[in-house]
Design a protein around this ligand. Structure first.
Ligand code: CTP
Ligand code: CA
Length: 225
């Protein structure tokens, strides 16, 4: 093997990666959304292809070139993302939820564009909870030994919040990164700690999103055995 080329340690494996951020429509032209670019999820998909995996990339509202060799499924809302993830997870060895899923969606959808009315303040926006996809795939594993990975961006008490979230979600690994005004969104680089349900803690120094992706697949491959 040439230097820098990895063993195809994910050969014969099917991995599912979600990327981007969901959009929750209010009417035909407006939505609630978030700033996730999808770059980390795409880096995960590219590196998994390079390591020999069959990759299903579920992309929510991304504007990035399709990674060569991955099957790309496009979705918009959290409910569509849930359906696509559950379907692809049925025969997956690993599921990595890198997408930013809207926690809430508008309680109702206006089929026509919402208009403002003269001399009237707007109605408050009613929201309902979206399902927690990561918790659901973690609780109902489609296969024994399936490895489930979540991502969490935290602004304060990063490690303590990460540990609590890992336990609450029931996943095997949680990639925790600190976000703030100038950090992470749309950036090419990332810095994180990967927390494991077995107590492990793997720091990933500031670097390209590919490097973090490789660390995630190292930890996944070790658990797949
Ligand atoms: N996630 C999910 N379904 C949701 C919300 C989040 O699958 N409805 C996944 C994300 O893809 C991510 C992980 O859960 O991998 C953590 O997301 P995060 O927003 O940090 O978790 P929440 O439980 O929503 O906590 P918070 O209240 O801090 O937003
Ligand atoms: Ca959330």
């Amino acid at each position: 093997l040439a230097r820098g080329v990895r063993e195809p340690d994910l050969a014969g494996r099917h991995v599912v990666v979600s990327a981007g951020g969901t959009r929750e429509p209010l009417d035909p032209v407006r939505f609630l959304g978030n700033r996730s670019s999808g770059k980390q999820g795409y880096a995960l998909a590219r590196t998994a292809v390079a390591r020999g995996a069959r990759v299903t990339l579920i992309a929510a509202n991304t504007a990035l070139p399709d990674p060569a060799g991955a099957d790309v499924v496009r979705v918009e809302t959290a409910l569509q993302l849930r359906e696509a993830v559950l379907k692809a997870a049925a025969d997956a060895d690993a599921v990595v939820m890198a997408a930013a899923v809207a926690d809430f969606r508008p309680a109702s959808y206006a089929t026509g564009k919402i208009k403002k009315k003269d001399d009237q303040e707007p109605e408050p926006l009613a929201l309902v909870r979206n399902p927690d996809i990561l918790a659901e795939v973690s609780a109902d594993r489609a296969r024994p030994g399936q490895v489930i990975v979540g991502f969490a961006a935290e602004t304060d008490d990063v490690l303590a919040n990460g540990r609590r979230k890992l336990a609450r979600k029931g996943c095997d690994l949680l990639v925790v990164n600190e976000v703030g005004e100038h950090r992470t969104f749309g950036a090419e680089e990332n810095e994180a700690v990967v927390l494991a349900a077995d107590g492990g803690e793997t720091p990933v120094p500031h670097g390209p999103k590919e490097a973090l992706a490789e660390t995630v697949w190292d930890l996944v491959a070790a658990r797949l055995g």
